[in-house]
Design a protein around this ligand. Structure first.
Ligand code: 5GP
Ligand code: ZN
Length: 116
C-alpha cells in the first residue's frame, strides 16, 4: 500500500526502532507514547484492520499476541501490560493498517474504559 505509514515503516522507508521483528510481524515504539512503555506490533502484510482479518489470519494474529509478553518484558514492563487493538471508526482507529498497542510500565494502568 503506497500511502500507508505502517507499510512504509515495514519497508524501512520511514525510520522506526525495530524492537522485535520476524518474517511476518514487526514491533516498534509508538511515536506519541501514552505510557512509559508503548509499542506497536504490526503484520508486515497490509491488513487494514481487525475487521478485515479472517480465519486465514489466525496464525498471524496468534503470533502477534504470542510475542506480546516478550516485547513488554524487554521494554520494561515485565509484570503485566495491556494490549489494545482499536478497530474502525467506533474503535477510534487512526492508522488503517492493523496494529496492536502494547502499553505498560511500572504503574497500574487503571480501569479499562472511562465510564460514559
Ligand atoms: P490508532 O489510534 O490507529 O490505534 O493508533 C495509531 C498509533 O500510531 C498512534 O498511537 C500514533 O501515535 C501512532 N503513529 C502514527 N504515526 C506514526 C509513525 O509515523 N511512527 C510511529 N512509530 N507511530 C505512529
Ligand atoms: Zn499498510
Amino acid at each position: 500500500m503506497e500511502d500507508c505509514i505502517f507499510c512504509k515503516i515495514a519497508a524501512g522507508d520511514i525510520p522506526a526502532t525495530r524492537v522485535y521483528e520476524d518474517e511476518y510481524i514487526l514491533a516498534f515504539p509508538d511515536i506519541q507514547p501514552q505510557r512509559p512503555v508503548h509499542i506497536l506490533v504490526i503484520p508486515k502484510r497490509h491488513i487494514p484492520s481487525l475487521a478485515h482479518a479472517g480465519p486465514g489470519d489466525q496464525a498471524l494474529l496468534g503470533r502477534m499476541l504470542a510475542v506480546a509478553h516478550r516485547i513488554a518484558a524487554d521494554q520494561g514492563s515485565p509484570d503485566g501490560f495491556r494490549v489494545i487493538v482499536n478497530t474502525g471508526e467506533i474503535g477510534g482507529q487512526e492508522v488503517m493498517h492493523l496494529h496492536m498497542h502494547i502499553v505498560g510500565g511500572q504503574d497500574p494502568i487503571g480501569p479499562m474504559l472511562k465510564h460514559q
